[in-house]
Write a protein that binds this ligand. Structure first.
Ligand code: ACO
Length: 427
């Protein structure tokens, strides 16, 4: 017998089916709540609301677990590579050797941008923030690829997904080059996804870039760690934009806009700035006192879902060590500050009580900075990596027969109905 949840409201008793996933809490199916009771639920920030059904990613925030299609993130980060994880997210399974070859090849064959796209970059101010360029440039893809805009055609949906995964590093590298005032570097097919991206960012016409394998591995791992994260703010934005039937390029541009905010993708930039501001370990107590007085937050700490150590943060810390060693920065004072700050916070009652643990952003800023990226690029790299998650979630939504336009309701607290007053009679 199906389990039911009972709600007593005024003189009515209504029952709602209880739905069970393969993992995670049960959910009450309240789709008939309004028609049956004339009431809504109130859940700003969606802290208790499942907005969709999904088979992509599972998070247990209390235990610090993150699974993509069932595979733990630490296994993927240490044994897989980003392109394979893209296949897993987009197609549902780890690829066979033949599937991997075909998938990687299709991504490699779509990395170039239309020549006219270069002119598009030139429209931006020379010192434009690369995220501003990303929002505009990715949205503009829909003006270039008319042959893959029919969202009802699965073949076109797949081509759009491949185009987005393939072209995002090229666009991100160009946003960086434009921001730096350097000429664009074209993709090279003999390099893998991470190597190609690093070269497009750091090669200059006067000197080619020899990819350091430690940095390429760390880049690939950073991409894996950011590939998808359930129904976070930017993913929900992509789904909401897509629910109206908007094309995938426009939806991903909406996701990038949402990711830009400091509470989401902008946090690693803020975390690094915070470490720089603290400067040396002896300033930590004073900084922590300011956090407790609520004058500012400890950036890179805390998470809406994780109330335990973010499993991505553990792997990220490992990569930070490797990259700092490979770039001769083992004694980087910022890294010393980060490690000491983490130790202090994890043993402080204020943070323990509130279940505040390091999130993935705590160590990613130091790592990216050691790799040579300016802070303005951090969120861009996040957007690049998250594109596969966004587009996989969008595809899943498009294939879901119960999909409807997203249309939340509200608790109205404005004025009740009143008559218009002519200007001469106001005030
Ligand atoms: N530093 C200090 N105190 C914090 C922090 C923090 N980083 N995060 C939460 N708190 C405190 C809040 O002040 C609040 O305290 P109170 O109960 O005394 O009022 C309590 O912990 C609960 O916090 P909420 O704001 O309710 O938690 P919420 O789930 O809304 O916030 C968020 C999550 C936005 C991530 C928050 O922890 C934060 O701002 N962290 C810093 C920014 C950051 O690192 N973001 C990256 C997120 S991960 C990602 O996007 C990849």
């Amino acid at each position: 017998m199906t389990e039911k949840a009972t709600l007593n409201i005024a003189d009515k008793t209504v029952e709602f089916p209880v739905l069970k996933g393969t993992l995670g809490p049960d959910v009450f199916d309240i789709r008939k709540l309004y028609s049956d009771t004339d009431t809504f639920t109130f859940d700003p920030g969606f802290t208790s609301t499942a907005a969709c059904e999904s088979g992509l990613t599972f998070i247990d925030g209390d235990k610090g677990i993150l699974l993509h299609r069932g595979y733990p993130i630490d296994q993927l980060a240490s044994k897989s590579n980003y392109v394979e994880v893209c296949h897993l997210l987009l197609r549902g399974e780890l690829p066979t050797a033949a599937q991997y070859e075909e998938f990687e090849r299709s991504i490699t064959m779509h990395t170039m941008l239309h020549q006219q796209f270069d002119r598009f970059f030139e429209g931006f101010r020379r010192d434009a923030h690369p995220m501003a360029i990303m929002v505009g440039a990715v949205g503009a893809l829909s003006a270039f690829y008319h042959d893959s805009l029919d969202i009802h055609d699965p073949v076109q949906r797949n081509i759009s997904a491949i185009r987005l995964i393939a072209k995002m590093p090229t666009i991100a590298a160009r946003a960086y080059k434009y921001h730096m005032g350097q000429p664009f570097i074209s993709p090279r097919n003999e390099l893998n996804y991470a190597e190609n991206f690093l070269r497009m960012c750091f090669a200059v016409p006067a000197e080619d870039y020899v990819v350091n394998p430690v940095l390429a591995k760390a880049m690939d791992r950073i991409f894996i760690l950011h590939a998808d994260h359930e129904q976070n703010a930017s993913t929900s934005t992509v789904r909401l934009a897509g629910s109206s039937g908007a094309n995938p390029f426009a939806c991903i541009a909406a996701g990038i806009a949402c990711l830009w905010g400091p509470s989401h993708g902008g946090a690693n930039e803020e975390a690094l700035n915070m470490l720089k501001e603290i400067g040396t370990p002896d300033k930590i107590p004073e900084f922590i006192a300011g956090v407790k007085d609520k004058r500012y937050k400890l950036m890179g700490f805390g998470h809406r879902v994780y109330k335990n150590y973010d499993p991505r943060a553990k792997v990220m810390q490992e990569s930070a060590h490797e990259v700092l060693a490979a770039t001769g920065r083992e004694n980087d004072p910022l890294f010393q500050v980060a490690k000491e700050l983490e130790k202090v916070a994890l043993n402080d009652e204020y943070f323990i009580e509130r279940k505040l643990f390091p999130n993935v952003d705590f160590y990613s800023g130091i790592t990216l900075s050691a790799m040579g990226f300016p802070t303005t690029m951090f969120t861009v790299l996040f957007a690049l990596a998250r594109t596969v998650g966004w587009i996989s979630q969008w595809q899943e939504m498009m294939e879901d027969p119960s999909q409807k336009i997203g249309r939340p309701r509200q608790l109205y607290t404005g004025p009740t109905e009143r008559d218009y007053v002519p200007m001469s009679k106001r005030g």
